[in-house]
Design a protein around this ligand. Structure first.
Ligand code: DSN
Length: 415
């Protein structure tokens, strides 16, 4: 940072302010996490200086011997962590991983069956404003509006009627266990491929705390940066028979030079996720989400589906009388970062919403446990029951900072 401060003080200052924000606040965005110093080091390394289009042993540039070894390590470690036959670790993001699977399996206009974004799905699962809904013909399932959980009978019925080429499962805002086997069975019955996007729960799956999609769906896609606690990026797992089409779809199909510094950091992430310490962490992520759910319910909030099985809770704010946008703004002023989220049967726009998504991966990485979750739940309640009260926001912010200061991050790189 010293060198950066001299060369580009404006950017150095922004990084330093962001460090301070992360250090002094509480990060409850369910898709965010804090990487280890080792991952940070690999991701900020000179591996970024190299073009390595192609794959290990088959590059379009010379000088890739160390990049080949790093990418092989990342692929092997991903396969070993998830019990997969083949891994492609080059997708720059989860959306790119999904795009590669579509490119490998579909033609424009083919039918996708996937979960509606407003009920917990993802943009790249066929949303009309995304390439996936523009190029392909998406039919979407949601949750059962009474129970707010997936109804596999209904999904099977839809699949039999519309005969999709691919069934997409996995979600961004779904607090319950997903039955990937049920999706795989439905896909098999209707002759469709099955793609499980496990981005949110990858670290829970790799730790054996959520049933895996590997072996029951044709493809598994993921990001590395959510519960898996790695660098920002994506990857794809599949059987050997799909290795060549998937690799071709990623490069040259849709990407050029891979981000080799990120691939090196992904290798570190897969190794870290295989340790017993990571499994302990992943268990605590779930225990913390449950503690937060219990507290929030006790504080009068309605949780979509009544609770959580994973790393996140989805709050329906309708009975509190505020929107997701108002809640996100008020909590932000109190030092608690969350995101507004649509809920099943949403009546408001995606920019306003009636819901709030809160997740525990990042605060758990800081070492916080159930007691801290109860304190956080009480702060959320205090702020949201009087969401325009700036005095309360300021009081809570001070308490948040005091607690955050006890669970500091990267102390050695702070300015
Ligand atoms: N936008 C991510 C999330 O927050 O869940 C998914 O891509």
């Amino acid at each position: 940072m010293l060198h950066l401060k001299t060369v580009d003080p404006e950017i150095a200052s922004l990084i330093s302010q962001e460090e301070n924000r992360q250090k002094m606040g509480l990060e409850l965005i369910a898709s965010e996490n804090l990487v280890s110093k080792a991952i940070l080091a690999a991701n900020a390394s000179i591996m970024t200086n190299k073009y390595a289009e192609g794959y290990p042993g088959k590059r379009y540039y010379g000088g890739c011997e160390f990049h080949d070894r790093a990418e092989n390590l990342a692929r092997d470690r991903a396969c070993s962590l998830f019990g997969a036959q083949h891994a492609n670790v080059q997708p720059h993001s989860g959306s790119q991983a999904n795009m590669a699977v579509y490119f490998a399996t579909l033609k424009p206009g083919d039918i996708i069956l996937s979960m509606n974004l407003s009920q917990g799905g993802h943009l790249s699962h066929g949303s009309p404003v995304n390439f996936s809904g523009i190029i392909y013909h998406a039919h979407q399932y949601g949750v059962d509006l009474k129970t707010e959980v997936m109804d596999y009978g209904q999904i099977g019925e839809m699949a039999r009627q519309i005969k999709p080429k691919i069934i997409v499962c996995g979600a961004s805002a779904y607090p319950r266990e997903i039955d990937f086997k049920a999706f795989g069975d439905i896909a098999e019955e209707v002759g469709a491929y099955c793609m499980a996007d496990i981005a949110h729960i990858a670290g829970l799956i790799s730790s054996g705390l959520h049933p895996t999609s590997v072996g029951v769906s044709t493809f598994t896609t993921s990001t590395t940066h959510k519960t898996l606690r790695g660098p920002r990026g994506g990857f794809i797992l599949c059987d050997k028979e799909w290795a060549a089409p998937i690799d071709k779809a990623v490069f040259p199909g849709m990407q050029g030079g891979p981000l080799m510094q990120t691939i090196a950091a992904k290798a570190v992430c897969f190794a870290e996720a295989a340790t017993p310490q990571f499994k302990t962490y992943a268990k605590q992520v779930i225990a913390n989400a449950r503690a937060l759910a219990t507290n929030l319910t006790g504080n009068g909030f309605r949780l979509v589906s009544g609770g959580t099985d994973n790393h996140l809770c989805l709050l329906d704010l309708t009975n509190i009388g505020i929107t997701g946008l108002e809640a996100e703004t008020a909590l932000g002023k109190a030092g608690i970062t969350v995101n507004k989220n649509t809920i099943p049967n949403e009546q408001k726009s995606p920019f306003v919403t009636s819901g709030l998504r809160v997740g525990t991966p990042a605060v758990t990485s800081r070492g916080m446990k159930e007691d801290e979750m109860h304190r956080i739940g009480d702060w959320i309640a205090r702020v949201l029951t009087d969401s325009t009260n700036t005095r309360i926001q300021e009081e809570v912010r001070k308490e948040v900072e005091a607690m955050a200061g006890q669970y500091t991050i990267y102390p050695e790189i702070n300015p």
